[in-house]
Design a protein around this ligand. Structure first.
Ligand code: GLC
Length: 432
């Protein structure tokens, strides 16, 4: 899977101060990243494809159907990739490396923008075509690389703590935990209840894939540490990062995280929480809507992620729409991207599938807040969320994080050794 270590970066040069700069990039059709003046022309009308991870919400195809009804000669076909973010990235990279026109509009994870833009796998976009000023600033930032816009925000994501309101209440707990110690103490109380027999305390995403990078980053950030500092320099071999990783490793050891928790991706954790196996669960907003149609309907709520000494911080997640440099019918694609990312459509995604919209105003909309009372909390969590490292070598960075965090979680390395090795690996791959 993660095999980008030896790939050459034809357009990328490293400065000693650590900033990544494009060196000798030519411009590509339709506005490549080498065009300082802005995006190029987008021509051609006709059928296009929309490429994204498997739609677990069921909200995407109805939206594509609406587009197809309005544009019978410019229909969009949905290409669904695996749910695992790393597998999506690999398939999109393969498509780009063969310069295939099979993929038109890509649903790009927010962490891949730099890598895809620097390689000229995606086109630079005309900013004025999209209402970026109405969107949350950190979300728009995820779509930028150097001085250009390379994607349009479609949905944001912030990690939240899902918890069983019914069980906490029965155990005499009046508010959700804000620290890891509280989470463990609350869980111990809940587990004494007869109805909580056989339940486990907590799970997030701990399988060796992008979800583990997210959960590791959140643990480190929530203990006051960082993976890379404000200048992008790796700084993970610290006491704070040790405290963060220690929470995860210790939780596996003491059973707070069940054994099978180490195999979970988002969907496995959601199923476990919905089927009553977990008291607490870290996941994204999309779970809120689906859990409302499950056996735990009316018995759960969400809170900010807990941390070491108080509320923790989420990793900034989400997906942006990017245009494959090798695609045909780019004029249609641009219109489709505008349609898909419109305030109206993202409000529909929120109403139907609790996907976090990029538009600021929707978080304060009275009717929406009534349906999703956590919206103001989510907005804050997105605004305060910590981005994962924004580097062109993201593939290498995330594989190193996954390898070392997984080694610590499974006990094959000590926490101290894993962080030392991670720091070295990150220094090597980022050249800092
Ligand atoms: C969600 C997030 C994305 C993250 C992925 C990890 O899809 O939106 O940013 O990388 O989960 O599994």
């Amino acid at each position: 899977m993660k095999t980008t270590t030896t790939r050459a970066f034809p357009c990328v040069g490293l400065l000693t101060v650590g900033a990544l700069l494009l060196t000798a990039c030519g411009s590509s059709d339709g506005g490549g990243s080498g065009q300082a003046a802005g995006a190029g022309t987008f021509e051609g009308r006709g059928p296009i494809t929309f490429v994204a991870g498997k739609d677990t919400t069921g909200a995407i195809q109805p939206m594509l159907d609406r587009w197809n009804k309005l544009h019978p000669k410019e229909k969009v076909t949905f290409i669904q990739l695996p749910t695992d973010a790393d597998a999506q990235r690999q398939q999109m990279i393969q498509n780009a490396e063969t310069k295939s026109d099979a993929y038109t509009v890509l649903s790009l994870d927010v962490v891949w923008t730099s890598e895809f833009a620097a390689h000229q796998w995606i086109d630079r976009l005309p900013e004025q075509r999209f209402p970026l000023d109405k969107m949350l600033k950190p979300v728009v930032e995820t779509a930028r690389y150097r001085d250009g816009l390379y994607a349009v925000p479609a949905s944001s994501d912030g990690g939240m703590l899902y918890y069983r309101t019914d069980l906490l209440k029965k155990a005499g707990i009046t508010k959700p935990p804000t620290t890891w110690a509280e989470l463990k103490a609350d869980c111990a109380k809940v587990k004494k209840l007869p109805e909580a027999q056989g339940m486990s305390c907590y799970a997030g995403q701990f399988q060796k894939y992008e979800g583990l990078t997210v959960n590791f980053a959140e643990a480190v950030n929530s203990a006051g540490g960082v993976i890379t500092d404000a200048n992008g320099k790796p700084d993970v071999d610290t006491a704070q990062a040790r405290e963060g990783l220690d929470f995860l490793v210790d939780s596996v050891k003491d059973g707070t995280i069940p054994k099978e928790g180490i195999t979970y991706l988002e969907e496995d954790g959601r199923q476990a929480f919905q089927s009553g196996k977990l008291v607490f669960h870290r996941n994204w907003p999309y779970v809120y809507s689906l859990a409302g149609k499950s056996d735990i309907k009316g018995k759960y709520s969400v809170a900010p992620l807990p941390g070491l000494n108080g509320p923790g911080s989420s990793s900034l997640g989400g997906h942006n729409l990017a245009l494959s440099s090798f695609a045909k019918n780019k004029a249609t694609a641009l219109d489709f991207m505008k349609f898909f990312s419109s305030e109206e459509n993202t409000a529909t995604f929120l109403k139907e599938a609790s996907l976090a919209p990029p538009y600021a105003s929707l978080y304060d909309d009275k009717a929406l807040v009534e349906q999703y009372p956590y919206l103001p909390v989510l907005k804050e969590s997105i605004l305060r969320a910590v981005p994962r490292p924004r580097v062109v070598q993201y593939g290498d960075v995330t594989s190193a994080v996954q390898r070392e965090a997984y080694a610590a979680l499974t006990g094959s390395k000590s926490i101290a050794q894993a962080l030392k090795d991670l720091q070295e690996a990150l220094q090597k791959s980022t050249g800092q």
